[in-house]
Design a protein around this ligand. Sequence first.
Ligand code: CO8
Length: 258
Amino acid sequence: MAFETIIVEIEDHVAVIKLNRPDALNALNTQLLGELCSALEDADGNDKVRCIVVTGSDKAFAAGADIKEMSEKGFVGVFFENLFARTNDRISAIRKPIIAAVGGYALGGGCELAMMCDFIIAADSAKFGQPEINLGVIAGMGGTQRLTRYVGKSKSMDMNLTGRFMDADEAERAGLVSRVVPAKKLMDEALGAAQKIAEKSLLTTMAAKEAVDRSFETTLSEGILFERRVFHSMFATEDQKEGMAAFLEKRQAQFRDK
Ligand code: CO8
């Protein structure tokens, strides 16, 4: 499918989706969100893809929902349109691992989009924030919920109430991002991580993602039970036999997603 607001490239089993509205700092308008969801769904259903990277430009991962597009809307309009909830649901349904490679601004919906990915690798130039409070609204795609789970109540309240930005080091200390690298190395680092994931059995990376995500939805004992059931089910796969045989034979495993 031809996209206008994103660029999609697939190489070595990794789909890279680059948000591409440079004049608006990748502000997330209806078209971009629709194209992004379609590209993620395409990648999820494409046998050649084993991991996905979502990224933006050096200056902005995404500076939030498109304020120009939103500014004239009323309650009834946003209620029926329900754009951000639908986007949240479509992205949450993606089963393959997704890495957010964040350089520059990740604000409002941009921060929320990064948090919907499975983990965030940040450039040292990255700035995260939920500045919706300055616009007379609150976060609308998980910024009060996911950010709180990532960084705890105090910092989430601080971000959501003051609208201040968090730099990459603070974001790493707070647990929002998994790694910080010099801006020039951002894509190398993200692609390296994606390659490592792509080498594993897709059965196991998808199962691991599902199990970690479960921890956000349930109690510890239910989560442990879920993990145990998935763990046991892995022993029905050829990849478990191959992975363990390869270790014992001191060779590289050849996974076949079976
Ligand atoms: N929407 C629309 N246009 C934007 C946005 C945006 N969020 N952010 C930047 N732009 C545009 C600017 O209007 C400007 O366009 P133009 O040249 O035509 O005037 C261009 O991008 C460059 O921006 P600046 O000149 O402002 O660049 P600066 O380097 O001076 O400043 C900032 C960069 C600090 C990032 C600044 O642009 C800014 O504060 N942007 C808005 C950040 C913001 O408030 N984000 C939250 C938006 S609300 C939101 O996300 C609600 C979430 C609900 C769910 C969303 C799901 C997707």
